[in-house]
Design a protein around this ligand. Structure first.
Ligand code: P1T
Length: 379
């Protein structure tokens, strides 16, 4: 089945009791048993809920996995993955990743005795030098948030096989429309469904998809034991969003390209970060592992002046100044003070994240209007 057909049909069955084509919202916390233990597969909604089951199946199908698990946020999904580890274990990750992930790792799991190494993941041989007998996991986020570096999933899949490590891929920016990390050697795919997957800025949710039965069992145990599960209404909304994922992503990519090219041609703009440019340092990897280049574009103004960047963010009208990304509407953000404020400035600067960086989540509006908004704001 091709991707668009899967987005609409895969993993989703008409409701067995009524034939409803859209998955009903099973707004129930519990399920009646005929006799103790004699039930229809559902006992309590933290453990299982039919609306969530359909969403989990749809996600597994889209990621070419076998099992999906949904969580009440992307961070809750990450929290569950980290609970696979024990004190003394070590994790290697990129030095350019979502600030909330960095915060979860360093401010919470570090206190439980897990050690994190954050590094530039452009060179696999350099990263391999950090692997020791305590290393258990490599965590990639690609494209990275907010500098849009591309990490070679296949190469890290090979490294993980060699050293018997788990490879986790945060696929939030790309979505399975652009890349399926499980096909490239990742063991776990993780999502903030809040973003492109839900697609309409009306839900906060996260997910994990795996192929391996044992890994699924361990993660499903954590999902139920820790209990950060989403409600059925939210699952319904994400299921609805997924049905247009391919259409939205196609337009996000088209508009992302137009915005990146416009910015590159604007004399007041300095560096533009977008993996579709031939001169992007990881362009070849992006071409190899992604179907297109996505709808996220970051840039700096010439002169590197924070007041100028602030003025542009204040002047943009269609691009609303807000955290988050991946919805149908365009957003702009200031990573240093917003999404990445939890990363110490010194570490941010080392990774190349400057105070003047502007991040755009290019929506699916008409591109001409988006370019006109940028033109009036940048001048
Ligand atoms: O917000 P939540 O659903 O908990 O997902 C966290 C998360 C995980 N991974 C990536 C790559 C993310 O970008 C996010 C959330 N990011 C934002 C809110 C943001 O504006 O970048």
């Amino acid at each position: 089945m091709k991707f668009g057909t899967k987005a609409i049909h895969a993993g989703v069955e008409p409701d067995p009791t009524t034939g409803a084509i859209m998955t009903p919202i099973y707004q129930t916390s519990t399920y009646v048993q005929r006799s103790p233990g004699d039930h229809k597969g559902y006992e309590y909604s933290r453990t299982h809920n039919p609306t969530r089951t359909q969403l989990q199946n749809a996600l597994a199908a889209l990621e070419n996995g076998k099992h999906g698990l949904c969580f009440s946020s992307g961070m809750a999904a990450e929290d569950a993955i980290m609970k696979l580890l024990k004190p003394g274990d070590e994790v290697i990750s990129t030095n350019d990743l979502y600030g909330g992930s960095y915060r979860l790792f360093t401010k919470i799991f570090q206190n439980y005795g897990i050690k994190f190494h954050f590094t530039n993941m452009g060179n696999v041989a350099n990263v391999e030098k950090l692997v020791n007998e305590n290393t258990k996991m490599i965590w990639v986020e690609t494209p990275t948030n907010p500098l849009l570096n591309i990490i070679d999933i296949k190469a890290y899949g090979e490294l993980c096989r060699k050293h018997n490590l788990l490879l986790v891929a945060d696929n939030t920016f790309a979505t399975p429309y652009l890349q399926t990390p499980l096909d490239m050697g990742a063991d776990i795919v993780m999502h903030s469904l809040t973003k492109y997957m839900g697609g309409h800025s009306d839900v906060v949710m996260g997910a994990i998809v795996v192929k391996d039965d044992d890994l699924h069992e361990r993660l499903a145990f954590i999902q139920n034991a820790s209990g950060a599960t989403p409600g059925p209404q939210d699952c319904f909304l994400v299921l609805r969003g997924l049905k247009t994922l391919h259409l939205r992503m196609e337009r996000h990519c088209q508009n992302g390209r137009k915005v990146a090219e416009y910015l590159k041609g604007n004399a007041k703009v300095g560096k533009v970060y977008w993996p579709g440019f031939e001169e992007h340092p990881n362009h070849e990897v992006a071409q190899k592992q992604m179907r297109d280049f996505g709808g996220m574009v970051s840039f700096e103004l010439k002169g590197d002046n924070l007041d100028d960047a602030t003025r542009v963010l204040e002047n943009l009208k269609l691009f609303a100044l807000a955290e988050s990304l991946g919805g149908v509407e365009s957003l702009c953000g200031h990573p240093a003070s917003m999404t990445h404020a939890s990363i110490p400035r010194e570490d941010r600067m080392k990774a190349g994240l400057r105070d003047t960086l502007i991040r755009l989540s290019v929506g699916v509006e008409d591109a001409e209007d988006l370019l006109a908004d940028l033109e009036q704001a940048i001048g």
